[in-house]
Design a protein around this ligand. Sequence first.
Ligand code: MSP
Length: 475
Amino acid sequence: MKKYLTTAIPYANGAPHIGHALDYLLADVYRRFLTMTGTEVRLSAGTDEHGSKIYNKAMELGVTPQELVDKNAADFKSFIDELEVKYTDFVRTTDTAHMKRCQEIWRKLQPHIYKSRYEGWYCSGCEGFVSDSDCANNDGVCPDHKKPYERLSEENYYLRISGFKNEIREAITSGKMRILPEFRANEVLNLLENAPDVSISRPKSSLKWGVEVPDDENQVMYVWIDALVNYLTVLGYPDAPEADFKELWGSAVQFVGKDILRFHAIIWPAILLGLGLELPKVIHSHGHVLANGTKMSKSLGNVVAPRDVIVKYGTEAFRYYFLRHIDTFADSDFTWEKFEAAYNGELANDYGNLVQRLANLAVKNGVSRVDFQPVLPTEYVKIMNEMRFSDGFDYVWGRVQALNQEIDQKKPWAMKKEGREAEIPAVMQDLISTLLEVNYMLAPFLPKTYEKVEEVFGIRGGEIRVPETPLFPKN
Ligand code: MSP
């Protein structure tokens, strides 16, 4: 069995911020879980490198757009590595191969493309058109970018969405294309009802940095078209052997944030149907990372740089907080206070101490080896298959806490005095194999910790030994 997982490609106009980590981590946990259960996984990542935001930023910095994206793409790649996220494919939208494939895709979409003039409102922050009613509802100012909408009149190419609406609706309601969490499917269905045809190009005069429209030197592809098709071009479409491509694409699970779900659930399926391709199996949309319930922003001074957390506490601690305390589907807070409480109270206390305690007891009582057969409990497998990762992590943590209680009840340290010395090896075997079972479930979330704990308990060779330094030193 094969599965193809995709992550949204961030704009390469700056350094990675904390919210970017979520797409990568969720996809990585799923990848690791699938791999453990015998599925071969491709995981794609990349950077979105065209558009006015990038062009303007480069001008502001006095560099060329290419120089800017080269630097930022390298930064994103190393950020993904720092998160211990393993991707198999990486695409930059300025790659020559991507741009060429983009143009071929455009040609294939010809029957669904027409030219027309747009007269209306536009937000340069969203790089998108705004309907008269949205403009009026927002008092003429973009709520996300706090900038007044501009009036625009220009010629564009359009993709006919209208003809695909029924098929998209049917795919969502029948679950052929599942939208997670379920409640977002209804939002998408509502948006779909009134979705206009989409503009898929800009005159070169208003967009200077993009993929040229084939056979029209005055037009450049709209950034979202160039960006969305990355999920295909990274697999070599349309040049790749069809059978290989179709098998993979037919298994796609796409990880995106809730803010870009509408692009992925309406425009993207229309493109795919226009190309005669299958729709993705799942669009998994996560919530946002906030600071005390509000958006992180430079002006509020509440921005946390992800690398500050990683440098101080390490990747495992970062993954712990992001995968357990940032709810997989709902908006959640990242603050230093909450992070540190979780690190000290849970990772260091509940888990670090548990490992130290059991290793100590084993060594003191001459237990040097245990038997261990990895198994995954049905409940855990069910939650993980449903891609409810923070719930999956909560389930595992419940088991960690239960094991701590079991040790407190069984009190192996008191057994000698009680004259029950003969029972110690069996009790220790029992407790340690439970720990190893829990540890095995932690593997997709905390891969390095999982390995270290197996080393401590001799699963990877040697005898049980007490770690010289605690797994998670208290801060
Ligand atoms: N370039 C587009 C995506 C194109 S995909 C074909 C884009 N880039 S982005 O940099 O703005 O966002 C990239 C991803 O990060 C998106 O999934 C987005 O939802 C996610 N996040 C950006 N800020 C976020 C938070 N504060 N919290 C969680 N995720 C958020 O959109």
